[in-house]
Design a protein around this ligand. Sequence first.
Ligand SMILES: NC(=O)C1=CN([C@@H]2O[C@H](COP(=O)(O)OP(=O)(O)OC[C@H]3O[C@@H](n4cnc5c(N)ncnc54)[C@H](O)[C@@H]3O)[C@@H](O)[C@H]2O)C=CC1
Ligand SMILES: O=C(O)C(=O)Cc1ccc(O)cc1
Length: 317
Amino acid sequence: MSAPLFEKIALVGIGLIGSSLARVIRRERLAGEIAIATRSPATLARAEELGLGDSYSTEAATAVANADLVIVSVPVGSSGAVAAEIAPALKPGAIVTDVGSTKRSVIAQMQPLLPGNVHFIPGHPLAGTEKSGPDAGFADLFENRWCIFTPLPDTDPQALERLSEFWRRCGANIDTMDADHHDMVLAIVSHLPHIIAYNIVGTADDLETVTKSEVIKYSASGFRDFTRLAASDPTMWRDVCLHNKDAILEMLARFSEDLASLQRAIRWGDGEKLFDMFTRTRAVRRSIIDAGQEIDVPDFGRQVVEHPGAVMPAAKS
Ligand SMILES: NC(=O)C1=CN([C@@H]2O[C@H](COP(=O)(O)OP(=O)(O)OC[C@H]3O[C@@H](n4cnc5c(N)ncnc54)[C@H](O)[C@@H]3O)[C@@H](O)[C@H]2O)C=CC1
Ligand SMILES: O=C(O)C(=O)Cc1ccc(O)cc1
């Protein structure tokens, strides 16, 4: 049997993403040892019950000691606190990465605190569900999904290749881009859809006295799709909104302008404009499906994977 890719992997945070990693690392034998740390004793106990690792601690510093690869999978607003905790305990030469949904803020929080003798490579697997916690993870989560790295100017190519190989063995396809570009692309393909979902479900909930329980009774599949996204973890999405503020506000401004234009077309009975727009958007979905980007999502029908290249607005000049 060949040697594992890493002697010891430490997982800091063992929710949906951390526990999916634990499961695929075990299945693919990517580590000689899996050390798990998470802040909450109840979550840690559950991870142990599920047998996700080989050692367990509420102290991140304990888990990362002697680890060759450290993967931080916590809400992006906690990245700095985790970096401060692990910094003194990291092994020289270790690779430290994260999975956060925003990259500029994570880099700003972590990089200044990490020692210069480790390889910090920010990452983001574009794979997830609306669920959270250690029970929600599954080993196939990253299968045929993108993992984006936003390397820093001095990132060691060999460390990047080693981390890329790790994610490929987890089933992912690799892409690299700079952090600002990542944050803008993700704002439109992932952050705005969630914000729009939270908003529409909130509006429907506010109308509940008018509609009585009809929102639940008659919820057609369109509304149900929004409720799935709007059921996503509140802490995680609060942090995404606060930590990708600029890009999200820019995309929201564009979105609001386009919505006003749609509103005007409806008010003035401009059927041609509505038809043309709906025809254009139908083609976007077609091209995503043709690119092989449609996947199964556990217990919720079909979902279209966000692909960074698909709907990028023109760059600001
Ligand atoms: N949920 C999703 O679909 C995806 C999430 N992400 C990113 O992955 C990261 C983790 O998300 P999930 O696994 O979904 O969240 P989760 O809520 O399922 O798990 C978060 C874990 O972090 C732990 N934690 C929180 N603060 C901590 C701290 N200071 N020290 C140690 N542990 C701490 C929690 O106890 C929990 O185990 C987030 O940054 C999120 O943006 C990335 C891709 C998809
Ligand atoms: O559940 C869904 O549809 C998602 O879009 C999951 C997701 C959430 C956050 C990410 O940064 C990446 C993927």
